[in-house]
Design a protein around this ligand. Structure first.
Ligand SMILES: Nc1ncnc2c1ncn2[C@@H]1O[C@H](COP(=O)(O)OP(=O)(O)OP(=O)(O)O)[C@@H](O)[C@H]1O
Ligand SMILES: [Mg+2]
Length: 351
């Protein structure tokens, strides 16, 4: 786990977050507010680091010495000094539980569009964390991901993340080719008083991932090119594993697959943490024939995925348009269930 920064990370863009360190100076007395202010980082090294996705002080503060040394082509001592300076500038330290509680109270959440589902999620989908939706086909994973692209653009008082006219952006990594802007338009019609559908469509950045490498590059590109400058608040990866699963078949390739997947998940986690984003990943299920009691299905991906998501949600079908969501693995929420409806206008409450 990376250390937590003292300042409240729940509000504001990356740009604003960097401003919170403006009172900290480096040895030459210059204020450290971006990576170029760190000792030992010249313009060439800076562009190498930015190229590799390390554009913020947070990203430098949490990188390993070895990784930074290999990217920047620098010696261990220089790298150590750079990381230490970034940590100092960010005032990385412990917090009291009271401070953590206060910070968590201010944590932004995105409404799902269903009050029952929001209650299940403790108020909505959390920012700064990864939520995994898993389940069989047609259980509503993609629909819920679409719905959050819409609801996150609602004003804060309506359960979204829009602060005044500052609309958040969504990055949608689509590995199955199932993103449909038409669904966004239909879902948005429910909030026509609060949302301008054209603006919403402009704010969703869609990337079609044709294979696992392409998928990895898209997330890295978001981290490098969009997070530092755009107000990205939601990342969707639909689905996380399918390419990896299809490309790496057979026992001999398992280790490579898990290693690549691990790297990919690491980037996703870094995005959630550094950009304070809400991250939704979807996942398929595999049957567990050896399980005789309960539901004989489990999400694919093994331990690596299990440890990546802070909250795991299992979706399954019920009668007609009804679906059931179950919180499976949360550090905070009890294992409980809620029923919601999957309709033309999206995720709704059912009677
Ligand atoms: N226009 C619509 N009107 C009403 N219901 C719709 C509409 N579009 C989709 N749905 C509902 O959403 C379901 C598909 O859900 P979704 O695409 O989220 O499945 P999924 O869990 O992502 O499945 P997969 O694992 O195949 O990706 C449909 O079966 C239908 O019930
Ligand atoms: Mg889907």
């Amino acid at each position: 786990m990376t250390p937590k920064k003292k300042a409240d990370k729940s509000e504001g863009s990356t740009k604003e977050k960097n401003n919170t360190v403006s009172d900290t100076s480096n040895k030459k007395g210059k204020k450290v507010s971006s990576i170029t202010d760190l000792p030992g980082i010249g313009p060439t090294t800076a562009s190498k680091l930015i190229e590799a996705g390390y554009s913020t002080l947070e990203s430098i503060a949490t990188v390993s010495i070895g990784e930074l040394a290999s990217i920047g082509g620098m010696g261990q001592k220089t790298v150590q000094k750079i990381i230490e300076s970034a940590r100092e500038a960010l005032e990385i330290d412990f917090e009291t539980a009271k401070q953590v509680l206060e910070r968590r109270r201010n944590l932004a959440k995105i409404t799902t569009g269903s009050a029952t589902l929001d209650t299940l999620f403790g108020g909505g989908i959390e920012t700064g964390a990864v939520t995994e939706l898993y389940g069989e086909f047609r259980t509503g994973k993609t629909q819920l991901a679409h719905q959050l692209c819409v609801t996150c653009q609602l004003p804060v008082e309506k359960g979204g993340l829009r602060d005044g006219d500052d609309y958040p952006k969504v990055v949608y990594v689509d590995s199955e080719g199932t993103f449909r802007p038409e669904r966004i338009v239909s879902m948005a019609s429910r909030w026509s008083d609060d949302l301008d559908v054209d603006i919403i469509l402009e704010n969703i950045l869609h990337g079609r991932a044709h294979n696992s490498d392409h998928q990895m590059v898209l997330v890295e590109k978001m981290l490098k090119d969009y997070l530092p400058t755009e107000n990205v608040k939601l990342l969707v990866v639909d689905s996380l594993i399918s390419h990896f699963r299809a490309e790496y078949v057979g026992r001999g390739t398992l280790a490579t697959r898990q290693q690549k997947l691990n790297q990919h998940i690491h980037t996703i986690l870094r995005a959630a943490e550094v950009g304070n984003l809400a991250v939704i990943v979807t996942n398929q299920v595999q049957s567990k024939p050896d399980q005789f009691f309960g539901d004989p299905t489990a999400p694919v991906g093994g331990h690596i995925v299990a440890h990546a998501a802070q909250t795991r949600v299992y979706l399954r079908k019920s009668k007609g348009e009804r679906r059931i969501a179950r919180i499976v693995d949360s550090p905070l929420l009890p294992e409980s269930e809620a029923i919601f409806g999957l309709t033309a206008e999206g995720i709704v409450d059912v009677q």
